[in-house]
Design a protein around this ligand. Structure first.
Ligand SMILES: NC(=O)c1ccc[n+]([C@@H]2O[C@H](COP(=O)([O-])OP(=O)(O)OC[C@H]3O[C@@H](n4cnc5c(N)ncnc54)[C@H](OP(=O)(O)O)[C@@H]3O)[C@@H](O)[C@H]2O)c1
Length: 310
């Protein structure tokens, strides 16, 4: 595995990490079993992957608990990124909450579930559009001063909100949707982050499975599948995305790699991206995705990909 230093925080992370959306079951449908989640997380650790991305909201705390179990006795080997700011209730409903007292309690709860005294990266998961950004970031800064957080991130913040956050504290990272098929952040958020030296952690790097190269023209999502809500899967976009994924699959074949690794390597070649956190449902996918760290793309190949993506 290859490692990179997170620019501002000075933390070494594997360039391929693991997104644990499915570990412990983030979604109500299309989850992996707890055993499978534990196995695939252990596989990542054995491969030398040290960068684990979770959130308190994934499985309403369960993802953190399972990650904590896997890391028991090996915590020092791992860089743990988690998120707070989505509050949930007994009936399963959620709301964004960035109030300082809530964020403090959320982090304390995350530390307990992860069985650790600090997290390496703490993100405000979503802006709540009520709490002044400076108040929310100010509280996470205090948590950092207390040694409970090593690096601070914000996720799903607009450019304006990110600018406010930067004005209020040391923002090391931001987590945003970004993949070959979703390049909206290239317009203004990514250039701003590059200018500021903020590392961008792209989520949905495999376009939630489309760039895995296994979906054909007849692929249909189950009506209960959460991905029905994502624009990439909307009928008006899906066939075009599949067409691009097919062309990329052919390019991956010619290059002697596999489609997800081409997609992850492409991200790793973009300025501002230090590492990727693909989600996986099996240990085999974790093993495959780890190899993206070794895929080098030439200028001509990047141009050819640009031609396919349009
Ligand atoms: N900050 C936020 O708001 C936010 C939002 C979403 C995600 N995230 C984070 O970002 C991480 C990554 O996003 P994601 O997991 O949602 O989506 P993703 O990484 O784009 O896609 C994951 C899916 O791709 C497929 N896949 C993975 N490896 C593959 C392989 N080797 N070959 C073929 N298919 C493969 C699997 O789906 P199938 O096997 O079903 O095809 C897998 O479920 C999450 O785990 C989470 O940590 C953050």
């Amino acid at each position: 595995m290859r490692f990179v230093e997170l620019k501002k925080a000075g933390i070494d992370i594997s360039v391929v990490g693991l997104g644990t959306n499915f570990v412990g079951g983030h979604n109500l449908y299309n989850n992996v079993s707890e055993d499978a989640g534990i196995r695939l997380t252990k596989t990542a650790l054995e491969l030398g992957i040290n960068y684990f991305d979770t959130a308190d909201a994934y499985g309403l705390g369960r993802s953190e608990e399972l990650l904590g179990q896997v890391l028991k006795g090996r915590r020092s080997e791992a860089v743990v990124a988690t998120k707070g700011g989505i509050q949930w209730f007994e009936d399963g409903s959620t709301r964004m909450n960035n109030r300082p007292a809530y964020l403090r309690q959320a982090l304390e709860d995350s530390l307990r579930r992860l069985m650790t005294d600090h997290v390496d990266i703490y993100y405000i998961h979503w802006p709540d559009n009520e709490t002044p950004v400076a108040e929310a970031v100010g509280e996470v800064m205090r948590l950092k001063e207390e040694g409970k957080v090593r690096a601070i991130g914000v996720s799903n913040f607009s450019l304006e909100q990110l600018k406010e956050a930067v004005g209020a504290g040391d923002i090391d990272l931001t987590q945003l949707p970004y993949s070959m098929l979703d390049r909206a952040i290239e317009k203004d958020l990514l250039p701003f982050c590059v200018e500021q030296g903020i590392s961008v952690a792209p989520y949905g790097p495999l376009a939630y499975g489309i760039l895995g190269g296994r979906y054909g023209k007849d692929f249909k999502l189950d009506p209960k599948d959460w991905r029905n809500g994502i624009p990439l899967f909307k009928p008006e976009n899906f066939q075009e995305n599949l067409r691009k994924a097919d062309a990329l699959k052919e390019m991956a074949r010619t290059k002697g790699t596999i489609p997800p690794n081409l997609a992850l390597a492409w991200l790793l070649h973009q300025e501002g991206i230090d590492a990727v956190i693909p989600g996986a449902k099996t240990p085999e996918q974790v093993i495959e995705n780890a190899k993206a760290a070794d895929v080098l793309l030439s200028g001509a190949e990047l141009d050819a990909i640009g031609g396919i993506l349009g």
